[in-house]
Design a protein around this ligand. Sequence first.
Ligand code: PMP
Length: 359
Amino acid sequence: MARVWNFSAGPSALPINVLKKAQEQMVEYPGAGMSVMEMSHRSKSFTEIITTAEANLRSLMNIPDSYKVLFLQGGASSQFAMVPLNLLAEGETADYINTGRWSTMAIKEGQKLRYAQVIASSEDENFSYIPKITKSDCTPGAKYLHFTENNTIYGTTFYSVPETDARIVTDMSSSILSREVDVNQYDLIYAGAQKNMGPAGVTVVIVREELLGMADSSVPTMFNYQTHAEKDSLFNTPPTFGIYMLGLVCEELMNMGGLAEVERINRAKAELLYNTIDESDLFSGTVRVEDRSITNIPFVLPTDELNAAFIAEATDRGIANIKGHRSVGGMRASIYNGVPMEGVAFLVDFMKEFEKKNK
Ligand code: PMP
């Protein structure tokens, strides 16, 4: 079977060059006489792999030396707990903005472990927009403000960092490496790798060094950022193959011209799809225009029957994982870096053909 165009929200399509390079090196990593999956995480080859992966990510995102980069496990979901455990002492407060399912989960965990305050939410309109806040909405003395930069399910994005005097913590799982960001604007960024950085299994945390060592002694060793920072992510066995793949993905994006060029391509892909939706009499978008994501694009047809027919016919054509999340319905195209313009053009052509047939 040939490769399909994969619009999955995560794990997602990876750049084909990365898969081919991994295939080339699968059985014998150059100079090691074994695969990456078989080597010790303390070996010379793996030291080179993890050092290169971190250097590539730092170079791509322009991460200042005052930040630590950690390669952890447990997914972004573990960060919902690690963030409050590391940044809040008993009795301290953090502010959260609720923009959908993943924010809600982060809030629940924050409330379970410490004191998390919801200061804004877009739940009133099924999370179809990004609430705008000002400093006056924030809780005086709050230690950090948490928001989900890109809402994978609903297809909304924060294009600017909300105003607050608190530290800024963001879940970048579905937008990291999709566009240029100024890391200095954030105090802690976390993201699961399985959308734009590699396979599932690695979770990246980018944290200002001054925020390390704040967790109290009751925090389990593995949940303390300091543990991993002190040992350069080698306190225990890290997700070695995932880190290797993340290094390859970053190398590929550097070869493409870095995040400025990657962003230009992603904006062009999103524009093509949004224009098709906006010019259509049949398809419609579900998100406030200024908050539209460039990585996750939900769209719907007027009836459940048409949605089901579109998904079935698209699947037959080799358009995979186009079904929307049940909380929005319809379709969702996740167009991460692994989906090239050619894939989006293929989807758009099919949408136009479907519209003609179903006028
Ligand atoms: N945050 C966001 C924005 C996500 O999209 C997801 C996964 N879809 C998660 C968190 C949860 O990530 P994980 O499965 O890595 O725990």
